[in-house]
Design a protein around this ligand. Structure first.
Ligand code: CDP
Length: 214
């Protein structure tokens, strides 16, 4: 069973993906963490949005230390902003595609995989058994992200988080390569007024309808 969950920034897609994976004992891959890790390794090498070039981004992807995906350092708005720039570079995406597909084809549990991102249902796994597209109002998402970052000890202001998120959403939606959009066969869930438990219940009812969980 392969479940694809795409959606906008801080829409609740990661929370849903983790909970669905836990529910069935499937493995979860946060594909945004891959792009964030590439961005962090570039920032660590003093490459930023002003001086980045495609060759450096591709090189950082080819030599990516995957342990960076597990670090707290990737969870900043600065890293997210550069991740969105890096993610618009076609050869970077091509390089990360194989890794994502191998994970889905052979998840460690041997049971199933849940991947979340921007292009999982459209490009990475167009034949996924079930696809969700998660979205919410921008203000609500920016509020959630501000709270998350403050809880993680970062000093951020709602106004800046909102502006960064809007810029990143626009970039992710309008890029020519693998833009953020719902797959034609995705089930869309708006989480603006729905809490995580209710979103999970809704998703599980759809998964139930698709059939066997193995
Ligand atoms: O957590 P949040 O939704 O804010 O972001 P993320 O999922 O960690 O993704 C960070 C950035 O990586 C996004 O803004 C996208 O530009 C990029 N990304 C992508 O292009 N494709 C994916 N499958 C996942 C992330």
């Amino acid at each position: 069973m392969i479940i694809a969950i795409d959606g906008s920034a801080a829409s609740g897609k990661g929370t849903l993906a983790k909970r669905v994976a836990a529910e069935f004992g499937y493995d979860y891959l946060d594909t945004g963490a891959l792009y964030r890790a590439v961005a962090l390794s570039l920032l660590n090498a003093s490459v930023n949005s002003n001086n980045i070039d495609e060759k450096q981004a591709v090189n950082a992807t080819l030599t990516l230390d995957l342990s960076l995906t597990q670090t707290a350092e990737i969870r900043t708005d600065k890293v997210a902003a550069l991740a969105s720039i890096v993610a618009a570079i076609s050869p970077v995406r091509a390089e990360l595609l194989a890794l994502q597909r191998s994970f889905a084809a052979a998840p460690p549990s041997g049971k199933g995989a849940v991947l979340d991102g921007r292009d999982i249902g459209t490009i990475v796994l167009p034949n996924a058994d079930i696809k969700f597209f998660i979205d919410a109002d921008l203000d609500i998402r920016a509020e959630r992200r501000t709270k998350e970052l403050l809880q993680a000890g970062q000093s951020v202001m709602f106004r800046d988080v909102l502006a960064d998120m809007k810029a990143r959403d626009d970039q992710d939606r309008t890029r020519s390569v693998a833009p953020l959009k719902a797959a034609d066969d995705a089930i869309t869930i708006d989480t603006s007024k729905t809490d995580a438990a209710a979103v999970l219940a809704l998703a599980l009812s759809h998964i139930d309808r698709v059939g066997p969980s193995e």
